[in-house]
Design a protein around this ligand. Structure first.
Ligand code: 5GP
Length: 116
């Protein structure tokens, strides 16, 4: 599998504004924010390209940790009460650009529906 920019961020080889880190999860501000709060939450393992590769037998705990991190970060960045959106793009039609599973946490403004 090709190396992504996120693998370099995990190894701290390129800078990122890290807002949360555990043994299994790291989260950092998106370089091109689409809302006042825009954080990417990713697993440190690099083998899951998108949600399509999730295996409940292998990844259930990790998925829980990713979404738990989202709540922690939302509280930390002050959008837990006002509300926030979690987006998990999977594949070409969704607009996914980086093939390393990641959850977008967006908040700090009113979101529109349907999404673009
Ligand atoms: P996707 O379109 O794959 O769901 O989202 C990838 C996201 O990664 C985009 O929102 C993009 O702005 C962000 N991104 C791409 N390269 C970098 C980078 O080097 N640093 C950071 N912090 N974000 C990045």
């Amino acid at each position: 599998m090709a190396e992504t920019i996120f693998a370099k961020i995990i190894r701290k080889e390129i800078p990122a504004q890290i807002v949360f880190e555990s043994d299994t999860v790291i989260a950092f501000k998106d370089i091109n924010p689409q809302a006042p709060v825009h954080v990417l939450i990713i697993p440190k393992i690099t083998e899951i390209e998108s949600a399509r590769d999730l295996d409940p037998g292998k990844h259930a705990k990790l998925l829980g940790e990713l979404y738990d991190a989202a709540n922690t970060i939302a509280k930390q960045l002050g959008v837990f009460e006002s509300g926030f959106r979690l987006v998990l793009n999977s594949g070409a039609d969704s607009g996914q650009e980086v093939p390393h599973i990641h959850i977008h946490l967006l908040g700090g403004r009113k979101m529109n529906w349907p999404p673009g």
